[in-house]
Every structure is written in structure tokens, then in C-alpha cells.
Design a protein around this ligand. Sequence first.
Ligand SMILES: [Zn+2]
Length: 164
Amino acid sequence: MTAFDDLVAANREYASTFSGGEFDGVARAGAAIVTCMDSRIDPLRMLGLHYGDAKIFRNPGGRVSPDALEALVLGVHLLGVTRVLVIPHTRCAMTQSTEAELRERIAASAGVDASWQPFHVIADQLAALEEDVRKVRSHPLIPESVAVGGFLYDVDTGLVERRV
Ligand SMILES: [Zn+2]
């Protein structure tokens, strides 16, 4: 018995009817989504997308980090991405604490010092979204022909609203 048995069993079920093998890695809907790791976000379904449609990059807060930009550059030039959506969400944990508070909580949970661990908390979510959209738009390897939008996902209503 391992911690993964239920998941591997579910995968066998999934693979028994799997038919996606003929797809390549291109984003068929031309979409790349940068969003938060929050388990309340279902990035494909909330936009009416399906298997194979989108490149998805997730991290705490849904920030356009250097890794996210790397993914977007690859997506735009090699994987069919023509539109980029940056989608943070309401009631995000990264907007609700300071870095010091998060370090304190993690240290209490881990039982060891956590003061060295960075946590990229977000003081002003709209300002962060504007900055993130600007980072994508101004990237020298992302052409102006790529549409870039900043959105907010409401975890209570399921609505995605454009903000930037
Ligand atoms: Zn979040």
C-alpha cells in the first residue's frame, strides 16, 4: 500500500478508454493560461476548453514569474499560443498574509525554521496583475500579435472578469 494507490488505480481506468494519443503538444485553442495552484480553479472547464486546448502554468498566486515567461515564450513560438490569459483569483491565500506571517505558520507546521523560504505574497492584487500583464506584453520574445489579458476568477461565482 502506498499513498498513491487510489490515484494509480484511477489512472488505469483513465487509460483504458484513452484516445488522446494522436494529439501533438500544440495548444489547439491557441490559449496559454497563467493561474494559481488553488484547487478551486478548474482552468480548462471554466473557459469552456478541453483536453489539448491550452498550455497551463500554475504557481501560488498565479504570477508571471521568470518560469512562467519561459513557458509563454515556448508556447508562443513552438506550441501554437496566440493568446495569453493571466488569471489570479479572489480569496487567494497569497493575498491574505504577509511573508512574515506565512513563514511563521510554515515554521509552526514544519517544526523548523522557515525564515529562509521566500513566499511571494501579493499586497495589491490588481497592481500585481497589471505588472504581470505588462511583463508579458513587453517581453522581447513575445510579439505584439499575441493577445494578452489580465482576468480575475471569482471562486464564489465561477465568473472570470477581465481587469487588464
Ligand atoms: Zn491562490
